[in-house]
Design a protein. Structure first.
Length: 346
């Protein structure tokens, strides 16, 4: 396959790029290199002749048209997005511009390319989204692909909007699309503003480990390398017009997750006192969803995909990676907003 990956210098996008290139696919990595992007994430494949980088913004339609014309991809994997809920609370406009208008531009550029190539049946537009579009669950139940949308934050609302656009372009224009909605990712190359890297790096620095509210919010945790594998599986074998929920089958409260990370760090990098002593409860995020849980039955039964690691195994790999790659995360800690509490303006 020749795949155009948007957001390929980001956390999930770079995992997709690495796996796709290593699997022998030709990849064009389109990224605007905003604050959370890092080309070091794809350094391991950057010299591979199958890999090409295009510094461009999905809000720039002319750049998109040029890239489609010059590279002639037969697949698109759309991962470029503003994705941090706390930042969306403080600055929602950037999320509308990138996640909604950017997706519209990409859909139109992809549609023009698809038509110019004779509306090839093998073309695919794979839109990667989040389980947050479904809103918040109670103590029981799971999100399925038929769960009604109920976004609660500017971030999830912008992603819900982009999902609707993709479906509309399929129904109205026939563009061959597939969609995926994933649970919370974690793993190597995770930008140091999200929960897992914040806990790891704060612990190593002896700083407080912040937990929103009482730490009872539940998430389904998905190792990023498993997610990349699932995305490529859907791209190759998913049914056109269909959505697939991707989960790790690893529900944990935020407090449980942090306690697990502390236990791993106690073993691998022991300090004078247990890292759990640094846990600090802070004011909750506005509109904080109580629980997310994915029902992965469709992707499991139709495509044969299942996660390969438990959350405990994945977190251990993640901690080991951060301990071995200090140069990577040190270089990112001076970027705007890193190390600050965001999402409080509401």
């Amino acid at each position: 396959m020749k795949i155009l990956v948007t957001g390929g210098a980001g956390f999930i996008g770079s995992a997709v790029v690495r796996q796709a290139v290593n699997a022998g696919h030709e990849v064009v990595n389109l990224d605007a290199l905003t604050y959370a992007a890092c080309l070091d994430n794809v350094e391991s494949v950057s010299s591979n002749p199958l890999y090409t980088f295009e510094h461009a913004d999905i809000r720039d339609r002319a750049a998109l048209d040029r890239i489609f014309f010059e590279h002639n991809p037969d697949k698109v994997m759309h991962l470029a997005a503003e994705s941090h809920v706390d930042r969306s609370i403080d600055s929602p406009g950037a999320f509308i511009q990138t996640n909604v208008l950017g997706t519209y531009n990409l859909l139109e550029a992809a549609r023009a390319h698809w038509i110019a190539k004779g509306s090839q049946e093998t073309f695919r537009f794979h839109h990667i989204s989040t389980d947050e579009v479904y809103g918040s669950l109670g103590e029981t139940g799971q999100f399925t692909e038929d769960t009604p949308y109920d976004p609660r934050s500017p971030y999830s609302a912008s992603k819900a909007s982009s999902d609707h656009l993709v479906r509309a372009w399929h129904e109205t224009y026939g563009l061959p699309v597939v969609l995926t909605n994933c649970s919370n990712n974690y793993g190597p190359f995770h930008f140091p503003e999200k929960l897992v890297p914040v806990i790891i790096l704060n612990a190593l620095a002896g700083k407080p480990l912040p937990i929103y509210g009482n730490g009872a919010n539940i998430r389904d945790w998905l190792y990023v390398e498993d997610h990349a594998d699932a995305l490529l599986t859907v791209l190759e074998a998913g049914e056109v017009g269909r959505a697939y929920n991707i989960g790790g089958e690893n529900e944990r409260t935020n407090l449980q997750l942090v306690q697990t990370l502390c236990g791993i760090l106690d073993e691998l990098r022991p300090a004078e006192t247990p890292y759990a002593d640094l846990i600090t409860y802070v004011a909750d995020r506005p509109g904080h969803d109580a629980r997310y849980a994915i029902d992965p039955t469709r992707i499991s039964t139709e495509l044969g995909w299942r996660p390969s690691v438990t959350v405990e195994e994945g977190l251990r790999r993640t901690v080991e990676w951060y301990l071995k790659n200090e140069d990577w995360w040190r270089a990112l800690q001076s970027r705007e907003g890193v190390g600050e509490r965001l999402g409080t303006k509401a």
